[in-house]
Design a protein around this ligand. Structure first.
Ligand SMILES: Nc1ncnc2c1ncn2[C@@H]1O[C@H](COP(=O)(O)OP(=O)(O)O)[C@@H](O)[C@H]1O
Ligand SMILES: [Mg+2]
Length: 373
């Protein structure tokens, strides 16, 4: 089975590769490999794939409008009513396809438009461990709004709280999926329960991840003039980049401000290239440095395309501990939206079982799961 069949001219293969990557990133399976065989078997394989696919994406270009193959495949989509056309160059699609709205592949929100067109034909696969996500409608709406606002340059801090196992991490994964569809770059970080974790641990993970995603040169550009501050947090940056100016000697009270300012500038610069979502997992374990950073970013990034997302166990929050204190301040200053997750209710557990197994579960099973969870 395949979710999405991509029809394109083989001359456009390199450009189509990116597009396929974006569709796969959301979790859809994509058929687009035209080099898997030859002759009759090839035809039959294409036929099978196109029959099975829930959606056919046709990539119009100067090459593909001339291709009989592509036209035939696109026709199949038109007949079945599951065609999504994208134009990667300025070109007039063949006559039969002109009444369909074609996505402009060069537009900044092209990926988001493409994914939402596909999602109309086929629900976006859910994040997590394969089980469908049930309930949480209120949270989904809040996430959608926050992602939208962040894309428009209105940053925020959103927290998911609740007891262990209630579904906090899952909500961050669902938020990540929604953010990705909207072309927001997601960087995750955790507060570990190690004896003495390095200061700013979640941030270090986020920076590492960004470096791996964008590559060394783009990373150096994004660090810009704040490379010095970042190298204080991650001394290995000095080995990777020879041109980072040395760290100045500062009195301790100035040093923290200097660091926080540098980090915030760096995050804002990155977000001006592509909106960002930074995830801070398990903040109930966060040390002083991470809490101060989070507090600083929430204030400083209010007018930047950055969504901060965090989770914490409210059952393990010490009121006098670092995160307990910062959370109080954030709440007082209205810098946080705290979504408290409750345990799933019986109807939601029924829905989960129905969606997973396709039939109504026995009442006794529901009861058992409900009492165990
Ligand atoms: N709304 C939901 N629908 C379906 N499964 C869920 C939902 N919320 C959580 N789960 C599943 O429950 C398990 C525990 O959730 P998790 O997010 O890890 O909890 P927490 O982070 O609060 O400790 C995971 O396997 C997760 O996929
Ligand atoms: Mg968790």
């Amino acid at each position: 089975m395949v979710d999405v069949f991509v029809s394109y001219s083989s001359q456009d293969r390199e450009r189509v590769r990116d597009l396929v990557g974006e569709i796969e990133a959301i979790g859809y399976s994509v058929w687009w490999d035209r080099e898997i065989g030859a002759g009759a078997t090839f035809d039959r394989e294409i036929e099978k794939a196109i029959d099975e696919a829930s959606c056919i994406v046709v990539v119009w270009s100067k090459n593909s409008v001339e291709s009989e193959w592509v036209r035939t495949e696109a026709h199949e989509g038109l007949t079945k009513g599951n065609l999504v056309p994208v134009a990667i160059e300025t070109v007039r699609p063949p006559l039969a396809f002109r009444m369909l709205q074609t996505i402009d592949g060069a537009a900044p929100d092209a990926t988001a438009s493409l994914v939402s067109a596909i999602a109309k034909l086929l629900p976006v696969p859910s994040a997590g461990d394969g089980l469908p996500c049930v309930g949480r409608a209120r949270e989904f709406v809040r996430i959608g709004e926050a992602v939208d606002r962040a894309r428009r340059g209105e940053g925020a801090l959103m927290l998911f709280s609740g007891e262990g196992g209630v579904g906090k991490t899952r909500m961050t994964l669902e938020a990540e999926r929604i953010a990705r569809v909207a072309d927001v770059l997601v960087l995750r970080g955790h507060c570990s329960d190690a004896e003495s974790p390095p200061p700013y641990q979640p941030l270090l993970e986020q920076i590492e991840r960004l470096g791996r995603l964008v590559g060394p040169e783009a990373m150096r550009q994004r660090m810009g003039e704040n490379a010095t501050e970042l190298s204080k947090l991650m001394p290995e940056l000095n080995q990777r980049y020879a041109d980072i100016p040395p760290y100045p000697t500062l009195p301790p009270e100035q040093e923290r401000r200097y660091l926080l300012h540098g980090v915030a500038e760096f995050v804002a610069r990155g977000a001006s290239v592509q909106p960002l979502m930074l995830v801070f997992e398990d903040l109930h374990r966060a040390d002083e440095s991470t809490c101060i950073l989070l507090r600083y970013l929430a204030e400083r990034l209010k007018a930047e395309p950055v969504l901060l997302v965090g989770t914490y166990r409210d059952t393990e929050l010490e009121p006098g501990g670092p995160f307990g204190r910062v959370l109080q301040e954030l709440t007082r200053e209205r810098l946080v939206e705290d979504l408290r997750l409750k345990r799933l209710q019986r109807p939601e557990i029924v829905e989960l079982l129905v969606r997973q197994f396709g039939s109504e579960p026995p009442a006794a099973l529901v009861e058992l799961i409900f009492s165990e969870t």
